[in-house]
Design a protein around this ligand. Structure first.
Ligand code: SAM
Length: 254
């Protein structure tokens, strides 16, 4: 069943007008007719199964048939990513969303790609958030991951809330396998450096903030590859990858 994400306030009504881009998409692209069932989500766990109906000349509405909340089975991973080249960050957000990442924090480090400022930065962040929304819709996640504004590394480190903290460092000899606790932590933050790597003083600050440095093996991975690798491994070891089948439509009816 096709699914679309709308702001929470739109999902409060029992009949939801389908307007603007969504109406155009329904009529011109999907050629959806009245009577079809769709899912409308708010991206924070609320799901409405609806029937599309005509709402007067050239207008459509979604009549809510049932509503429920669905929790995610993912292991919460917060990826703190030194800013790579623009299109790589987009690709990282798309793939990281499919892999179950819950939060993205782009950070400026000594050698990362300088972040834009002002309007161009706002536009870039909006685009990243649209990509996260589209990827969560496509991968049938009930939640859209949080995409934060770019901030300086120190600020993100000092505000890190995750229980277990890992920094991928290609000069570290300790392998990842030796750093993962047997008992699943409640959440994990993963820090990945820029194409040019971390400065020595950055690594020292990161370790002071409780991050365990780990090696991902003998090969030097691209910055975006390291983030995926960590997301996949953590989701496999502590999350739902390799442990459960399709989400299916489960959750508490409301
Ligand atoms: N310093 C590397 C060099 O000079 O080629 C470049 C850094 S690498 C392209 C980008 C980031 O990916 C690193 O800062 C690190 O976070 C991560 N990374 C890449 N390969 C890694 C490995 N084998 N072990 C741990 N982290 C790695």
């Amino acid at each position: 069943m096709r699914r679309f994400i709308l702001p929470s306030e739109k999902l409060e009504a029992e009949e939801i007008p389908l307007e603007g881009d969504l109406l155009h998409h329904f009529q011109k692209v999907l050629r959806l007719n009245s009577g079809e069932n769709i899912l409308l989500l708010n991206g924070c766990g609320l799901i409405c199964r609806c029937r599309v109906e005509l709402a007067g000349r050239n207008r459509l509405k979604a009549v809510v048939l049932e509503k429920w909340r669905e929790e995610e089975s993912v292991f919460p991973v917060h990826l703190i990513q030194a800013l790579p080249k623009a299109e790589r960050m987009e690709w990282l957000i798309q793939k990281g969303t499919e892999l179950g990442i819950s939060e993205f924090s782009p950070v400026n480090t000594k050698r990362s790609i300088p972040v834009l400022s002002g309007q161009r930065k706002d536009k870039r962040v909006q685009r990243w958030r649209r990509i996260a929304e589209e990827a969560s819709r496509q991968s049938e996640r009930p939640y859209v991951p949080v995409v934060n504004e770019p901030r300086d590394l120190a600020e993100v480190l000092l505000n890190c809330r995750e229980e277990y903290r890992l920094v991928c460092w290609e000069e570290e000899s300790r392998p990842l396998g030796a750093a993962l606790p047997d008992l699943s932590p409640s959440s994990a933050a993963v820090l990945v450096g820029p194409e040019g790597g971390f400065g020595q003083e950055e690594i020292e600050l990161v370790k002071k903030c409780g991050f365990h440095s780990v090696s991902l093996g003998p090969r030097i991975l691209r910055t975006e590859t390291a983030g995926f690798t960590m997301a996949t491994i953590l989701q496999y070891v502590y999350g739902d990858m390799g442990k459960s089948g399709p989400q299916g439509i489960k959750g508490k009816r409301i």
